[in-house]
Ligand binder design. Structure first.
Ligand SMILES: C[S@@+](CC[C@H](N)C(=O)[O-])C[C@H]1O[C@@H](n2cnc3c(N)ncnc32)[C@H](O)[C@@H]1O
Length: 343
């Protein structure tokens, strides 16, 4: 039997990228993650992977290869999704400049590990803002010098069978041929296809779906008034807005409902909080649940997320993840060139 191609997932979070690679037939042999809660989510779902629970800046490629019994050049894919706060357009709450700079430099740890492990291919994913940064130009140039052919673009996950609009910068690099992205779908998948038939939370035994939510009477009344299936606060007119919203003219998505027959908006770390975006269920008078958010991110139905630190921490893991379906499709495209002979 042909051996599965092997991959390492850097900044693995709760494992969205790993799940996509696994579905594309890769064997993820190693992963790195600094955050304890993300590590426990990862372990719950990907027990067999060697997980380094540590700061990537302290980890050497030699140590990783030794632990995984790999020689330079043997790894098929080094995949990485470094934290992206510094390049995000939503950057106001993200700490001091020094902290942001340190995070932004983590892209060079991907390069450092690529230099030492010499994988056949590299996959990098990030927020679109990274494309404008000098660090990204330097990163690409260095990869080219290492002998990789590169394809990169800003893609929308809805074009790749994810029922969610989410714009991401994706870079594929290969030493075996020019990488190609997966083909785009001709029809979007929708919120309805992914969450309509789910048992309602109050009758569900899934802890990610059935949990108590407390809301003030005022908010409860506001939610009930938002028209079903894609409605916004705009439909209520100015007088009926909460006082704090009357001044927030730019934030019409806040307390909006998702539409059944479209992809959802970007699932962020705030996705179970209706005051953070268009996160109300299309019909029910509540925000989407953690399970619904995970399904819109295309995680499998039984994927586990720990609730030890509360539901907002779990929502952050879900919102930070790469949709597995998106990664699966591009990883399959990459596999196709990696297994074809070099011209
Ligand atoms: C965008 S998230 C990754 C999402 C993940 N690829 C997925 O699909 O679920 C970035 C991750 O990098 C981790 N991280 C940040 N700084 C790190 C460091 N210095 N070393 C290792 N991991 C780090 C964060 O804790 C976070 O989980």
């Amino acid at each position: 039997m042909k051996k599965k191609p092997r991959a390492i997932d850097l900044f693995c979070g709760a494992g969205g990228l790993t799940e996509g690679l696994r579905q594309a037939g890769y064997k993820v042999v190693g992963a790195v993650e600094i955050d304890a809660l993300a590590c426990s989510a990862y372990k719950l779902n990907h027990k067999a992977v060697k997980l380094w629970k540590e700061d990537i800046t302290r980890l050497s490629g030699v140590a990783m290869m030794e632990a995984l019994k790999l020689k330079p050049g043997e790894l098929d894919l080094l995949a990485a999704c470094p934290p992206c706060q510094g390049f995000s357009t939503m950057r106001t709450k993200n700490g001091s400049r020094g902290n942001r700079d340190a995070q932004n430099n983590l892209i060079f740890d991907v390069l450092r590990l690529a230099r030492s492990i010499k994988p056949k291919a590299v996959m990098l994913e990030n927020v679109p803002g990274l494309a404008q940064s000098a660090r990204y130009v330097k990163f690409r140039r260095a990869l080219k010098r290492l002998g990789y052919l590169i394809t990169s673009d800003i893609l929308n996950t809805a074009d790749f069978a994810v029922p969610q609009r989410r714009r991401r910068l994706v870079l594929l690099a290969s030493k075996l041929g020019e990488p190609k992205f997966a083909p785009e779908v001709t029809k979007y998948r929708t919120v309805r296809q992914f969450i309509e038939t789910l048992t309602p939370p109050e009758r569900s035994r899934d802890p990610l779906h059935n949990y108590p939510v407390e809301r003030s009477e005022k908010i409860e009344a506001l939610i009930k008034k938002i028209p079903h299936d894609g409605g916004s606060r705009m439909a209520l007119g100015k007088k009926q807005q909460l006082l704090c919203h009357q001044r927030l003219d730019g934030f019409w998505d806040v307390y909006g409902r998702m539409a059944w027959d479209s992809p959802s908006p970007t699932i962020t770390g705030g996705c179970i909080n209706p005051s953070k975006g268009r996160f109300l269920h299309p019909e029910a008078n509540r925000a989407i649940t953690l399970r619904e958010a995970a399904l819109l991110q295309t995680f499998p139905k039984g994927y586990k997320f720990p609730l030890d630190k509360g539901r907002y921490s779990a929502a952050l893991l879900i919102g930070n993840a790469l949709p597995p379906e998106f990664i699966k499709r591009h990883a399959l495209a990459l596999r196709a060139i990696n297994s074809s002979p070099v011209k």
